[in-house]
Design a protein around this ligand. Structure first.
Ligand code: C2E
Ligand code: MG
Ligand code: MG
Ligand code: MG
Length: 282
């Protein structure tokens, strides 16, 4: 009977794998369709405000990719970005996303919001491409935006094994006035020693540390230390995933520059993001 159980387990495992692969193929098809048909109803961006902690005003947004199709419903970015990376679609998808973000910036500028920055997440595979900087500069000039209104968010994992090459690229991007933020800081492999020479402008403290504020003593201690160390290195600091007033108060007390999180706003459609800017400037 042991054999039978194993057979059943194996068959079940196969079925799960089959479903997973079928779903990946479907997601792949939908990504391809969205890109080739330039269909921003299938893949589009939402914009989550980043707020200056001193003035309580929106200084920028993080663009977050969304996917929704008739066949699949809503697919999380974790899932479809992962599929795009696997199926070698992340470069065209990344360009589609960067173009949409740049068009949003164009829109903001046209409506008089000139100092607002929009941050776009880029995958390591995009950054590793030899022509990444050229591609970005082309999108910037095609949409007619200021490079300084674009910020790129990279994660620490991309630095693994490619540190010198990536750091050179970041330097080059910054020479073009594009700002760089290190996303999810504290969860990966970077040390403060590494940060000293890394060509970035901003550190985004991972939600994990923000979550622990006023829950665990260690959360309080570490988060404050990250902020002051980052400032000593000349970096700006953004706190991710701020959900409750206690966290905001703590961050203000520790001179964090900006916050992002549900406490202020969830990610918004571009129409709602614009409306929020208009309301704050009334
Ligand atoms: P991330 O770049 O760290 O983005 C922050 C995530 O935290 C977003 O999840 C956002 O919706 C969520 N978030 C914001 N505020 C709060 C809060 O107060 N509480 C909680 N619990 N969550 C909050 P989302 O949109 O599901 O994105 C997940 C991840 O997918 C992103 O993490 C990023 O790594 C990736 N991603 C999203 N869009 C893109 C993209 O265009 N390109 C690439 N390469 N990756 C993307
Ligand atoms: Mg991000
Ligand atoms: Mg993050
Ligand atoms: Mg993340």
């Amino acid at each position: 009977s042991g054999v039978k159980e194993n057979d059943a387990g194996y068959a079940f495992f196969n079925k799960v794998m089959e479903n997973k692969l079928q779903r990946e193929d479907l997601i792949e098809k939908e990504i391809r369709a969205a890109i080739t048909e330039n269909d921003t109803s299938k893949i589009y961006l939402e914009y989550q405000p980043q707020v200056d902690l001193k003035s309580n005003k929106i200084t920028g947004f993080e663009a977050l990719a969304r996917m929704r199709t008739k066949k699949l419903g809503f697919v999380s970015p974790m899932e479809f970005i992962d599929v795009a990376e696997k199926k070698q679609l992340i470069v065209p998808l990344g360009n589609f996303i960067l173009t949409q973000a740049s068009e949003f910036i164009r829109d903001l500028t046209d409506k008089g919001f000139k100092d607002i920055k929009v941050a776009v997440n880029v995958s390591g595979i995009q950054l590793l491409r030899y022509d990444f900087t050229d591609t970005i500069m082309k999108i910037i000039s095609d949409t007619g935006i200021e490079p300084s209104s674009l910020e790129l968010e990279i994660t620490e994992s991309v630095l693994l094994g490619n540190y010198n090459m990536i750091n050179e690229k970041l330097k080059n991007l910054r020479n073009h006035q594009i700002e760089i933020a290190l996303d999810d800081f504290g969860t990966g492999y970077s040390s403060f020693a590494r940060l000293i020479e890394l060509n970035i402008d901003t550190l985004k403290i991972d939600r994990y540390f923000i979550n622990n504020i006023s829950i665990k003593d260690s959360g309080d201690i570490i988060t404050g230390d990250i902020i002051s160390m980052a400032h000593k290195l000349g970096l700006k600091v953004v706190a991710e995933g701020v959900e409750v007033p206690e966290q905001k108060n703590y961050l203000m007390g520790h001179h964090c520059d900006r916050m992002q999180g549900y406490l202020f706003s969830k990610p918004l459609s571009k129409e709602k993001a614009l409306k929020m800017l208009f309301n704050q400037n009334k």
